[in-house]
Write a protein that binds this ligand. Structure first.
Ligand code: VGL
Ligand code: ZN
Length: 218
């Protein structure tokens, strides 16, 4: 049976994470082979199996705290401590209103009922679609996504997009913590750091996430 045949449109939702030009090869923060997920995600949306589709969009102000450029003397991919947690310093990416921050033009976004912009607080990063990273008060502010999904009757989510080792992973793990059954559509994700794949699979599995490896015709 194809995984598509197991989708119940009433209580399953597809979450498409950060499919944006800045995360594609040639962009400032590429996921390895990130462009390869565009066509199959488009086919999945066009198959109209999911009634509930949410897109997340990384959407940083230009002086965002996660940018190495906001930390004099620091280089991209170094880490700093921020509000008691580790923060990776990224190349500038997905700056609000720029072309690289748009939703990728190759995906039929009209199928998405909600487009959730995240990491808009200049002081706080947000990998997950559900909750921001650690904030100055030590908490992780909600984005409202869990409440939205619950309100429309969603019980299970299927997560795809980029980056596998950051925003996809954190969205999946927070989805479990919020009480959803969570599946990661592994072939429809790509990592910033492919060397992390085995650790990502292990962490997701331990968190209670189901990894879907076989996508059949997609
Ligand atoms: C992401 C790092 C910084 C992602 C976003 O989409 O995975 N990673 N911002
Ligand atoms: Zn970002």
């Amino acid at each position: 049976m194809s995984f598509l045949d197991s989708i119940d449109p009433r209580c399953d939702a597809l979450i498409v994470v950060d499919v944006q030009p800045d995360f594609m090869p040639g962009g400032p923060l590429p996921a390895q082979g990130g462009d390869e997920v565009v066509a199959p995600i488009s086919r999945l949306l066009d198959a109209d199996r999911f009634r509930h589709v949410v897109a997340t969009q990384d959407w940083h102000p230009p002086d965002h705290v996660s940018f190495a450029s906001s930390h004099p003397g620091r280089a991209p991919f170094e880490t700093v401590e921020l509000y008691g947690a580790e923060q990776v310093l990224w190349p500038d990416h997905c700056v609000q209103g720029t072309g690289g921050a748009q939703l990728h033009p190759g995906v039929p976004w009209e199928k998405a009922g909600l487009i959730l912009r995240k990491a808009t607080d200049p002081r706080v990063d947000s990998y997950s679609g559900f909750r921001e990273n650690v904030a100055p008060d030590g908490g992780r502010p909600s984005t409202g996504l869990a409440g939205y999904l619950r309100d429309i009757g969603v019980e299970s989510i299927y997560v795809c997009g980029v980056a596998r080792d950051y925003c996809v992973k954190w969205t999946a793990e927070d989805g479990v913590a919020a009480g959803f059954r969570v599946h990661v559509l592994w072939p429809l994700t790509r990592p910033v750091d492919g060397a992390a794949d085995e650790a990502v699979r292990r962490d997701l599995t331990r968190a209670g996430v189901t990894i879907v490896d076989e996508m059949d015709t997609l």
